[in-house]
Design a protein around this ligand. Sequence first.
Ligand SMILES: NC(=O)c1ccc[n+]([C@@H]2O[C@H](COP(=O)([O-])OP(=O)(O)OC[C@H]3O[C@@H](n4cnc5c(N)ncnc54)[C@H](O)[C@@H]3O)[C@@H](O)[C@H]2O)c1
Length: 254
Amino acid sequence: MTRMKDKVVVVTGAAHGLGRATALRLAAEGAKLVLGDIEGEALARTTADVVALDCVAQTVVGDLTEESVAGQLIDAAISAFGQIDGLVNNLGGSRNARIWEMSVEDWDYTLRLNLRGTFLCTRFAAPHMMARRQGRIVCLSSGSREGTPWTALSTGGAAYSVSKAGVHGFIRDVAIELADYNITVNAVAPGPIDTDRVGPGLRKLEETMTLGPMTVTPLGRLGLPEEVANAILFLLSDEASYISGHTLAVSGGR
Ligand SMILES: NC(=O)c1ccc[n+]([C@@H]2O[C@H](COP(=O)([O-])OP(=O)(O)OC[C@H]3O[C@@H](n4cnc5c(N)ncnc54)[C@H](O)[C@@H]3O)[C@@H](O)[C@H]2O)c1
C-alpha cells in the first residue's frame, strides 16, 4: 500500500463523506495529508483516524469559500511539507428548491459552495505545483452536471447541476492552462453515493419515487464512498500520468 508514498495531498471537505473516505484511502497508501473543513470536531475525528494509519496530517478549520481560509490551507501544506503533489477539491453541497421557489440566496450559496473553494484552492496551489513542474488536481463534479432526474422531480436541483457542470468546464480549461507545467487536472463525477449525510436522503427518494436513484442506476445500488475514493486515488497516482481534462463518472453505469 505505497501508491502515494510521501506524496503531499490537500483534501478539502475532509470531515465527512467522500472527503473523509478519500483521506483514509490516501493515508493507507502512504500520503502526507493536509485536511480542511468547516466542521472542526468532525475533522478532528478524520485526522485521528488517518494518524492511526501512521499518516502525518495537518488540518485547517474554516470556510474554504473564503479567500483567507483557502490561502491558509495551501500555506499550511507548504509550511509543513514544502510541496504539494495533489489537491482534491472535494467540498460541495446544495440547497435545493424548485426553480419557481428558489431564493437568490440559496442559488448563490450553492454556486459559491461548489465553485468558489475549488477556484480558490486551485488558484493558490497552482504556483507551487508549477514551480516543481508536477502536480495532480482532482475536483468533485457530479452526475448532476447533466441534470439529476430524481432531484429535479422532487426537490429541484438546478443550482447544483449548474455548479457541477461548472466544475466540468473548470477542469477542462485549467487542464490546458497547466499542461505546460506537467500538471494534470481532472474531475470525478459520482452518481448516488451512500455517504453518511447524503445516503439517507437518496434512500428516501428511492422509496417514494418510481424512477428513484437506485432504479435508474444500471448497477441497481448506491455507490460506496470507498468506490469514489478509489477513482480519486487513481487520478492522483503516477498511473494516471497521461490523463488530463477528463471527468470520470463513478456512477454505477449510465
Ligand atoms: N454523496 C453523493 O452522492 C455525491 C454525488 C455526486 C457528487 N458529490 C460531491 O462530492 C463532494 C462530497 O460530497 P459528500 O456527499 O461527501 O458531502 P458531505 O456533505 O458529506 O461532505 C462535504 C464536506 O464539506 C464540508 N464543507 C461544507 N461546506 C464547507 C465550507 N464552506 N468550507 C469547508 N468545508 C466545507 C462539510 O463539513 C463536509 O465535511 C461534494 O462536492 C458533492 O457535491 C457527492
